[in-house]
Design a protein. Sequence first.
Length: 243
Amino acid sequence: MGDSFGSAWWQGYATRLRRIAAARDPLALMPLDETLAALGRTAETYEGLRKVPVEGVVGSLARAGDFDRLFRPRNRALRVRWRAIADAVGELPPVRLVRLGDMYFVEDGHHRIALARARGAEAVLAEVRSVCTVAFAMRCLTLADLPSKRAERMFLERIPLADADRTDLWLDDPADWFRLADSAEAWGFRQTLRGRVLRDRAELARAWWHEEVRPVVERVRNRETGAVPREIAVYVSYGLDHV
């Protein structure tokens, strides 16, 4: 990355992100605002009323401190409300959820989700609205992963990969995303020096992914035995330092 101010700034920023990640509770309920700030909002749609898997509900709009990620109560003051809903006769109304990728966040119905989990229910009836994000929201995300996902979002703003290529992206170290963006832009610059025309960043991203990243991944997978990590992790490990 050289001795430029930009390189030094990105390295320092990545170090700060790593320190933030190290202090996060893996069982904390995911707050929607913080998750969206990391992933980046692009659009919103209404999905309507449908069944939602209970295990996919891992966050909240406003009550992340009252429950843990498994919707076990953390606040003793919730006891009265819990008991009232548990003793209610008849069918409870649908909950309201916000979906980001594979994750669901509770807008209304925290106690109903908590009771569904406690009773071993597999699904709940929910009214769902969906928010599309720059970086994909995998269900396994924890607060500790948000610094890396924030760096991934910043990478995708520079190198806008197609939606189909975003769902399996994962790197543990935020600094790798900044190295990767620099590498992709350098690859594109070399292409232009050879006379190639790349009309915009989307075309650069598409060409780099299919002509540079995928071939490296295929070579590695053809010679390695056993489990091979995600494509982007393979490229960072085997291809990034050789371009």
